[in-house]
Design a protein around this ligand. Structure first.
Ligand code: TXA
Ligand code: MG
Length: 346
């Protein structure tokens, strides 16, 4: 059975917390444990062990061609498995680590499990900004491969309860450090070419990156559905609630018409909105996902809100759209994926 270890992230000396010590020992034995990060909960395993990495893929039901992000606590750990560190990557690490930024480097062959990197000659690495994650990484001293700790395809977990919902009985344990902060995953940036490319929008925005290293491109696959995505993970259906989700580009009155139409068909209808508008809709379940005026609160609440629609077993969900400004880019990317790109335009 999966153990739940509650750990207060605000106390000192977390490296010697008995639960952190237990979890680190399990990682050293090539077991897998879930851990809180500042973005979402990760499912960690020894990145140098095929056995551990196989356990990650099988617990999640994840396709094996989708590489994992390697988590470290100290920059010196890079030397072991990264072939070269470009100057721009150096600047990015200085500016954003620890934090929600994954940097793709050329890989040093023969150190990490080939399964962790899905056989690629590159590797994505990040240093999470969460005291429990950092304590665990330091305590075990290993590079830890950690995808989001959800069943493949489901919304990512932002609370230990979400991890349990999906992975109970399939993993050794979960360190419960409370709700994560950012709420959407790290930005993934490829630094192996002269102009860095964003493969996945996330907690660090394009504007923030450009302020440090100048020009940054977006992977064209992020806007053109037909192009082949560079981050293998971006091609799968992701983050989806159980009920079909539609993004609605239009007025509240238009969205309400859609709700009424479906209710007349006898369906239980959910609406995803924000605190500003929650009282203006009448449906079977109307949920406020943060405050529109503060996009960070929307990001923080997004996955929890998507999961809440599952708990109430609605048949169909209509969602408002959000601005692409700042972290809005990541919010809209996740919502579009959760909706399988279904958009209704007024
Ligand atoms: O915030 C996060 O990044 C969370 C927490 C747990 O750290 N982790 C996470 O991992 O989101 P995951 O496995 O759910 O997403 C990893 C993404 C996938 O889209 C994958 O394809 C991409 O990173 N990726 C990893 N290594 C890559 C590589 N070498 N080249 C291109 N894309 C890579
Ligand atoms: Mg994921």
């Amino acid at each position: 059975n999966t153990k739940v270890w509650k750990v207060d992230k605000y106390v000192d000396n977390l490296e010697n917390n008995p639960h952190v010590v237990d979890a680190a020992q399990l990682l050293r034995e090539n077991e897998v444990v879930a851990l809180p990060t500042e973005t979402v909960y990760g499912l960690g395993g020894n990145a140098e062990s095929d056995a551990a990495v196989e356990k990650i893929f099988s617990a999640k039901g994840r396709p094996s061609d989708n590489p994992l992000i390697i988590h470290i606590a100290e920059r010196e750990q890079l030397q072991r498995f990264v072939a070269e560190i470009p100057a721009k990557a150096e600047q990015l690490m200085e500016a954003f680590w620890p934090g929600p930024l994954t940097i793709i480097f050329k890989k040093k062959a023969g150190v990490l499990s080939e399964k962790a990197t899905a056989g690629l000659d590159s590797v994505g690495v990040r240093m999470p900004d969460h005291p429990v994650a950092l304590a665990l990484l330091k305590r075990c001293g290993l590079p830890i491969a950690a995808p989001s700790a959800n069943s493949s395809g489901k919304p990512s977990p932002t609370r230990a309860e979400h991890v349990i919902e999906d992975l109970q009985g399939k993993i050794a344990g979960v360190l419960d450090g409370g709700a994560t902060g950012v709420g959407v995953e790290s930005t993934v940036i490829d630094c192996t070419d002269s102009v860095p490319v964003i493969f996945r929008p996330g907690g660090v925005t394009k504007e923030q990156l450009e302020a440090v290293i100048g020009e940054v491109r977006m992977d064209p696959a992020l806007s053109e559905e037909t192009a082949k995505p560079k981050a293998p993970g971006m091609k799968y259906t992701h983050y989806a609630p159980n009920a079909p989700l539609y993004l609605v580009a239009g007025s509240k009155a238009f969205l309400m018409k859609l709700v009424e139409e479906k209710q007349r068909e006898g369906l239980k209808v959910g609406v995803l909105t924000t605190e500003e508008n929650v009282s203006e809709y009448d449906a079977d379940l109307v949920l406020a996902c943060g405050k529109r005026a503060e996009p960070k609160t929307v990001a923080a609440a997004l996955y929890d809100t998507l999961r809440a629609f599952n708990h109430e077993k609605v048949d169909i969900i209509f969602s408002e759209m959000f601005s692409y400004e700042g972290v809005g880019d990541a919010i809209m990317n996740r919502l579009q994926k959760a909706a399988g790109n279904k958009v209704i335009i007024e």
